[in-house]
Ligand binder design. Structure first.
Ligand code: SIN
Length: 463
């Protein structure tokens, strides 16, 4: 087995950089270092931790252009999206720099005069994270920032496809004054990191963003040492357009959620469920707008849709579209590809499919690509049934200006994140996470620091 990862540009297939793979012994040493550093970092007062996090954020902002270019080269997303992701990544550091100062305990009235009851919070210990390639910056800071703010130490294994962004951001944490052992990275294969992290006596918490099957394995493996777990797993988001919706606005927001990062996001709309009275008009407007999206290298000005990360991702998308078309779906736009196995690049043109139904794979499997499949409904109950008929429960979207319809949909959709007339609900100040097989726990908002804290109850007697 090679001891290096070749990080390639998915737009060209060219190798950008080779990254050394850490040996198992080195990883174990880093875990031990992270554990030892915990004793010191947990003692640093909350205001100082906050100050260091703020300095880290400032350094990332100062280097925004450079980080965004690294990201576009290793991930493929358009440069304007990478710049946006650096902002998104620092928004988590900024938010948790503030939250560090708000880790409150409480007192509880006792049932006797001779007692006092105090509840305090303390950091869980060393946190080990495994982060995905689709948001190489923000998915790392969404975990690292609350961990460090809480007083935990942190070690991350970034995705093998996109380690360079995370490495650069962690270098900047050290430049900002956060000790090297307090925030570390390792480069290795996912399964090796999973085994070493879950078997380590030093790791107290595992946090993972990625696929549901890998998440399930990590939960099983972490059971032996009862590690805390936070899991951000797959999604299969429905997007419902009610009869009364503002169709132009719904189209614009559908494009924002569906085609961000070439559809390679866990929260992107994967099933468009449109009221039958407006389906024709919505489909026409959507197809017209989608046709305008420019496919290309993310470094080129004007690119809207970059490449698919790799052949495996590409093959899955092509297979889902083929399956849908064979079973009767109509292609309104797209179903076009530009790929070269020898060079190693894979582009999928943004695609809109109509007449999609339940027999098709695309209605059951996460696509992770720029394909928008449309089906219709008559009654709201039917839309909810289609939307909820999935083991996933991450994000759902609906468009309506009728408060009764909106309230009904909010109440009946089994998803952790709901966008009502909003195709972009993700934000550092709000809780992100899924129900059912989409995960455990929340990241972001005041909820996002909780998983990094233990609760300690003190009962003082004989007063
Ligand atoms: C994801 O796709 O996993 C994250 C996207 C987001 O934070 O909006």
């Amino acid at each position: 087995m090679s001891n290096q990862f070749s990080v390639t540009n998915p737009a060209t297939g060219e190798v950008i950089k080779k990254v050394k793979i850490d040996a198992e012994e080195e990883i174990k040493q880093k875990l031990e270092m992270g554990h030892k550093a915990f004793k010191e970092w947990a003692k640093v007062n909350a205001h100082e931790r906050s100050r260091l996090l703020q300095k880290w954020s400032d350094k990332v902002k100062e280097n925004k252009q450079e980080i965004a270019e690294i990201m576009t080269k290793e991930n493929g997303k358009p440069l304007h999206e990478s710049l946006g992701e650096v902002n998104y990544a620092t928004s988590y550091i900024d938010w948790y720099a503030e939250e560090a100062k708000r880790i409150y305990g409480r007192t509880i009235p006792a049932n006797t005069e001779s007692k006092r009851i105090i509840v305090s919070r303390q950091p869980v210990g060393l946190v080990a994270a495994i982060t995905p390639w689709n948001f190489p910056a923000a998915m790392m800071t969404r975990k690292a920032a609350p961990a460090l703010a809480a007083g935990c130490t942190f070690i991350v294994k970034p995705a093998a496809e996109t380690p360079l962004t995370a490495i650069r951001i962690i270098e900047l944490a050290h430049k900002a004054g956060i000790p090297e052992e307090t925030v570390q990275y390792v480069n290795t294969h996912g399964s090796i990191a999973g085994d070493l992290f879950t078997q380590s006596e030093y790791v107290r918490k595992i946090t993972f963003t990625g696929s549901t099957p890998v998440g399930k394995t990590l939960i099983q493996k972490s059971a032996d040492s009862i590690q805390h777990v936070t899991m951000e797993l797959g999604g299969h988001a429905p997007l419902i357009v009610a009869e009364d919706a503002d169709l132009d606005f719904a189209v614009q927001q559908t494009i924002a959620t569906k085609f961000r990062n070439a559809g390679q996001t866990c929260v992107c709309a994967n099933r468009l469920i449109i009221h039958e009275h407006v389906a024709e008009e919505f489909a026409k407007k959507l197809a017209e707008e989608v046709e305008k999206l420019k496919v290309g290298n993310g470094m080129d000005e004007g690119t809207d849709i970059g490449p698919i990360i790799n052949k495996k991702g590409y093959d899955k998308i092509v297979d889902q579209v083929k399956d849908a078309v064979e079973k009767g779906a109509e292609v309104l736009v797209g179903d076009q590809y530009h790929a070269d196995d020898n060079k190693g690049f894979y582009f999928v043109y943004p695609t809109v499919l109509k007449n999609v139904d339940d027999r098709m794979k695309i209605m059951h499997e996460e696509t992770f690509g720029p394909v928008a499949p449309m089906t219709t409904f008559r009654e709201l109950e039917e839309a909810v049934e289609i939307a909820n008929s999935t083991p996933y429960g991450l994000a759902a979207y609906f468009f309506t200006n009728d408060y009764r319809t909106g309230t009904y949909l909010h109440d009946h959709l089994d998803f952790g994140i709901i966008g009502w007339n909003d195709g972009g609900p993700s934000a550092a100040h709000a809780p992100f996470g899924g129900m059912k097989e989409s995960g455990l726990g929340r990241e972001g908002g005041i909820e996002g620091i909780e998983p990094y804290l233990e609760t300690k109850y003190l009962s003082i007697g004989n007063i």
